[in-house]
Design a protein around this ligand. Structure first.
Ligand code: FMN
Length: 341
């Protein structure tokens, strides 16, 4: 049995690459694919505490766990009222998470300007109260994901991180940008290094990890315990196995795509499963001249037709070539019969 890479309180984590929480993407099927390639810990998409308490609402599905189990499974929630966050956390704790995480990073105005997400970072007392209550009343570990601060002139991540840890947070994930940066500019890896120096709990570094080499560079640069990967994992779960998509052949990509389709159909059923898959297809096929195929997938309504189109796409593309080579091809035409009908 390998030894754990780090612990979140008493929960062992085996591995150092972690899938980011990503609304509309990090669902049960995608997490299953990332796990297969070695993602060591899984976050749900974030869920508003208000919806958890008041709404018989489909957002609850975001907290489903794969029937094969997911461990450690992190449920991520956000809110702007400590008591309400506690009530929601107590409710979802019975649904089987290994860890509950509070989002202090969301920059979307309708969330952050209400004082939730990164808006919490402007309210140190709310942060203290939330983590104090949760760590006192929950039996699972409580963690938090934060940004550098509200804007360039108020980068208070070290102060907020200390408050989180002093009040019971057992792991911190830092996205090295401020709210005002959103996703612009470059993530500040120096800040991640400073945070790692400043706190006693494990730190996940996050922001702009795009290649296998970036994973090791971020670790070496910051000393962080794990690397959290978001956008670059979309259509590219190989990153968790420290493999770059550019080196893979098209057939290796489509094999995973088919597995992902299988997971999506099993979880969502045919109609929603195909819709969900179309969102991920764009990522799997990005950078390749396959727009006519993507359009055809979007209008395909049955699973057999979708699978047939996958077969046709493999035939149209030189499936044995690496993605880096295929990028040079300007246009892959749809089979003629599809152009006619
Ligand atoms: C489509 C999308 C959805 C996201 N949803 C969440 C979320 O639900 N919770 C959260 O903490 N961060 C969310 N994020 C932020 C990511 O977890 C991550 O912090 C950010 O993308 C930076 O990492 P990256 O450079 O590896 O993408 C989201 C990001 C994207 C692109």
């Amino acid at each position: 049995m390998p030894s754990p890479t780090f612990f979140v309180r008493d929960v062992p984590v085996y591995g150092d690459t972690i899938l980011s929480p990503m609304a509309a993407y990090s669902d049960v099927p995608f997490r299953a694919i990332c796990r297969r390639f070695g993602a060591a810990m899984h976050y749900t998409e974030f869920v508003p505490t208000e919806a958890l308490l008041h709404d018989p609402n489909p957002l609850w599905r975001r907290l489903d766990i794969h029937p094969d189990g997911e461990n450690p499974m992190v449920f991520q929630i956000f809110g702007h009222d400590a008591q309400q966050i506690l009530q929601a956390a107590q409710r979802i704790e019975t649904w089987g998470p290994t860890i509950i995480d509070i989002n202090l990073g969301c920059s979307v105005p309708k969330i952050s300007e209400k004082g939730a997400g990164v808006g919490m970072m402007r309210q140190p007392k709310l942060v203290a109260e939330t983590f104090r209550l949760l760590s006192k009343h929950l039996s699972v570990p409580v963690t938090g994901k934060l940004r550098l601060g509200w804007d360039e002139s108020s980068q208070n991540y070290l102060e907020i991180a200390k408050i989180m840890v002093d009040n019971g947070a057992t792991l911190l994930a830092l996205h090295g940008r401020t709210r005002s940066q959103k996703y612009r500019g470059q993530a500040d890896w120096e800040a991640i290094a400073r945070l790692k120096q400043a706190v006693s709990v494990p730190v996940l570094g996050n922001g702009d990890v795009r290649t296998a080499a970036d994973i090791d560079q971020l670790k070496a640069h910051t000393g962080c315990d794990g690397v959290m990967i978001g956008r670059a994992a979309l259509g590219n779960p190989w990153l968790f196995a420290r493999q770059d998509r550019e080196q893979l052949t098209f057939r290796q990509v489509t094999a995973v795509l088919r597995h992902h389709l299988h997971e999506a159909l099993a979880y969502y059923g045919p109609t929603d499963g195909l819709q969900n898959m179309n969102r991920h297809l764009k990522k799997y096929l990005s950078g390749l001249a396959l727009k006519p195929f993507l359009r055809a997938f979007q209008t395909t309504e049955t699973v057999p037709a979708f699978q047939e189109l996958l077969d046709e796409m493999e035939t149209a593309v030189s499936a044995h070539l690496p993605i880096a080579e295929l990028r040079k091809t300007p246009f892959f035409p749809l089979p003629t019969k599809r152009n006619i009908t």
